[in-house]
Design a protein around this ligand. Sequence first.
Ligand SMILES: C[S@@+](CC[C@H](N)C(=O)[O-])C[C@H]1O[C@@H](n2cnc3c(N)ncnc32)[C@H](O)[C@@H]1O
Length: 308
Amino acid sequence: MAIEFTRNKQVVRDLQCEQIGRHLTARLGRLRYFGLCSPGMGDVLDWRAMFDEFHVAERGIDGVEWLDQHELLLTASLNGISEKVVLLRGDIDEIVLAGRDPFGTTVRYPFDVISLDYSGGLFYRDNSGGIPRLKAIEHVITEQAHFDRSWLLFISVCLDAPHDGEVKRTLENIKTELGRFGISTEALMRALLHHEREEVRYKVYVPYFVSQIATRSRVRCETAKTIIYRGNNDVPMMSFQFHLQPDNRTFAPRFPQERLVQVINAPFREIRRGKTQDVTLGLPKLRARTTAKGSRAARPPKAKHRPK
Ligand SMILES: C[S@@+](CC[C@H](N)C(=O)[O-])C[C@H]1O[C@@H](n2cnc3c(N)ncnc32)[C@H](O)[C@@H]1O
């Protein structure tokens, strides 16, 4: 399984690399990375020619944190990129929220790519009942919005932990919201709430969360197809890719330009044995049933034959 995971993970990195090449062309060679690269630095080494700086966080293993941190610096040195690497020691969510690591190394925005390649789930709670990982994601989006540049956010998670209602309640909010636009979500919501695979719920929740936060900061969010694959011990893994662009044409935040229906209807990109294919996992598509001006229902039917 570990070999399978390694192969799939390489495909994820290649897909992320495609996004970097597509969206950040003008700055290639001078990009700034912030994220979780692991002591092996798989993504950093693959992408090193495109980047000028790598700000990497590593918490290591409790009690022997220094081991992984040291190994990471050794990998950087053996590959001749030490000058490009800034190591932040500790938990990335805590570092993001504090703006610095416990040793005083600061998080210096803006970055071109932020890769939150978590080894765990998204929804663990702190002592005050907050969800630090979501707060950290919110924080980086808000901080990045102070700069007039587009950037990529990669979020990878494994689905090994429960989410105690946060996702379900959000799906219910989405149902109400789409209902206001005359979009019937009955069949989809039934399928989402009862589906045996957690991935289907995350596929709606995570892009919704990111695009809502982005909109609040006047940032336009474009979501690539959600990637699903299996990790070690067959744990389901997901990887999300977002292209975020400032949108300062009006002071009032605009409605999310990318329609939620579009994100919901997009297939998953599944990776198996190192190959990708599009899959729906049996989810029904959402269809607008409105007669709103300009919608398909309001337009006259197309003529079957061109008049002579
Ligand atoms: C999944 S690996 C990163 C893989 C890398 N992005 C790649 O493509 O090869 C995650 C790494 O970040 C570390 N890590 C995971 N969660 C973390 C957190 N919340 N804070 C700091 N380090 C973390 C892990 O110890 C591990 O080394």
